[in-house]
Design a protein around this ligand. Structure first.
Ligand code: ADP
Length: 435
């Protein structure tokens, strides 16, 4: 910006005057836009160049105070002005820049993108904005070029190396997290596929195993009935053991099949309002003979008569029988099992009903409390007992509980007993305010 039609011929521009030392470095004020705008008109009216010079001084102060580097070039590519930031950016003094040829000062920019852009702005009179990398100093600059009257240029530079590095880092992190997300998604879907085929395999196997097992049971029964001829007392005894083992195996296989169905998502629920008291009584009746045989006291606590859960009655019974059978299995002779329901807090818990099966049995080590809900996990310090089951009962029960919008949890003290809590959404009556 070396010329200005509004400026009297021969009078230097503020940067030029700055370069000559007629403008000092110490302009503290920001220019008043109104003064700047009014200056030419006022000057014309009053012929007073002082107003304009004051405005120019303020403009120079702004240019000096800018954090962006600013250069003005004349039509012959000579530097007519460089602000403080431009000197700092080049690590030199104003005297070393002003009056010198741009291409001599920065020979590496000649013939490249910078020259092409500068010449285009001069030729078209249209400002340009671009980013340029200076390999010598390893820096990126955002450069804005404006045409100045008389063929010169006003150029603003801003070092954007740190910004670009931050943006690149942001992009890298984004790409990394996107990759990690995609990897996790792929791993999840692989795991799901593997789980599905495992469950499918279990379902097929279980089905295939049931057929011969049923045949074993059927033939053993035929023989035991004497249909194939007389059976001795010893043979009858052996047949009874064959039949018991057959029933045990069939039970295990049914559990595996059931679990496989849960895994493949082929279990269907038929929901209704189930009265908790009835469900507990039915389950208790089923397990009572085993408890009695072991001399274990099985007590059914009182439940509010109308308390109900929203559940599949058959699956609720299955969970309760599993919890009660475990309690009997893992409680020694003379122990106690309490079956209770906790509806008194149902309203406060957002309409949920808790059923608790508490025993005075062997308990579960603290480190295994969650593991017992994993499929095929049995607490291994009692192999005789472990051999009695599959380790699937609790996995199935928790899946069923969750399938009905509920949860199954355990608290236990090793050697003192366990309490399994089944929580289910309250049914119509159960969700009513407590009486
Ligand atoms: P299973 O009873 O067929 O072994 P479960 O999944 O029902 O399988 O139980 C898993 C394991 O959790 C059991 O083998 C046992 O170690 C432990 N367990 C379950 N219920 C109780 C209980 N009431 N007291 C102590 N341990 C229990």
């Amino acid at each position: 910006m070396s010329t200005d039609p509004a400026r009297p011929a021969g009078e230097p521009s503020p940067p030029e005057r700055f370069a000559r030392g007629s403008v000092t470095d110490s302009y503290p004020t920001v220019p008043d836009p109104a003064v700047l705008a009014a200056a030419p008109a006022q000057e014309r009216r009053t012929g007073d160049g002082a107003v304009r010079r004051a405005a120019e001084r303020r403009l120079a102060a702004v240019v000096e105070g800018m954090s962006e580097a600013f250069l003005s070039l004349d039509a012959g590519w000579r530097v007519t002005y460089a602000n403080r930031a431009a000197c700092a950016l080049n690590g030199t003094t104003r005297a070393a820049l002003v009056g010198r040829d741009h291409w001599a000062l920065w020979p590496e920019t000649a013939g490249g993108e910078i020259e092409r852009q500068y010449r285009r702005v001069v030729a078209d009179g249209v400002p340009a904005r671009f980013e340029h990398y200076y390999p010598g100093v390893g820096a990126w600059h955002a450069i804005q070029v404006y045409p100045a009257e008389g063929g010169g240029l006003a150029v603003f530079y801003r070092d954007v190396t740190a910004e670009k590095a931050a943006a690149a880092e942001r992009e890298r992190l984004l790409a990394e997290s996107e990759r990690a997300r995609a990897d996790a998604e792929a791993a999840r879907s692989d795991a799901e596929a593997a789980n599905r085929s495992k469950a499918q395999f279990l379902a097929t196997m279980s089905h295939e195993l049931r057929t011969p097992l049923n045949a074993i049971g059927g033939y053993a029964e035929l023989i035991a009935m004497g249909i194939r001829g007389p059976v001795s007392e010893e043979q009858r005894h052996d047949l009874a053991r064959i039949q018991a083992s057959q029933r045990h195996l069939l039970g295990l296989i049914n559990e595996v099949l059931h679990y496989a169905k849960l895994e493949t998502g082929t279990v269907h629920y038929t929901f209704s309002d189930v009265e908790v008291r009835d469900a507990l009584a039915a389950a208790e009746t089923l397990v009572a003979p085993q408890a009695r045989a072991k001399g274990i006291a099985l007590r059914l606590g009182a439940c509010r008569p109308a308390a109900a859960v929203r559940a599949d009655a058959e699956k609720l019974r299955q969970i309760l029988v599993n919890l009660l059978s475990n309690a009997v299995k893992f409680t020694d002779r003379g122990g106690r099992i309490d079956l209770s329901c906790d509806v008194s807090h149902s309203a406060a818990r957002g309409g949920r009903v808790a059923v608790v099966v508490r025993d005075t049995g062997i308990g579960i080590p603290a480190g295994q409390l969650e593991a017992v809900f994993e499929p095929f996990v049995q607490v291994r310090d009692d192999l005789t007992r472990a051999a009695e089951g599959t380790g699937l009962g609790l996995a199935i029960s928790r899946d069923l509980a969750r399938g009905m919008g509920g949860e199954l949890t355990v608290e236990s003290t090793l050697g003192a007993g366990s309490a399994f809590t089944l929580t289910l959404p309250a049914g119509g009556a159960g969700s009513a305010p407590d009486a």
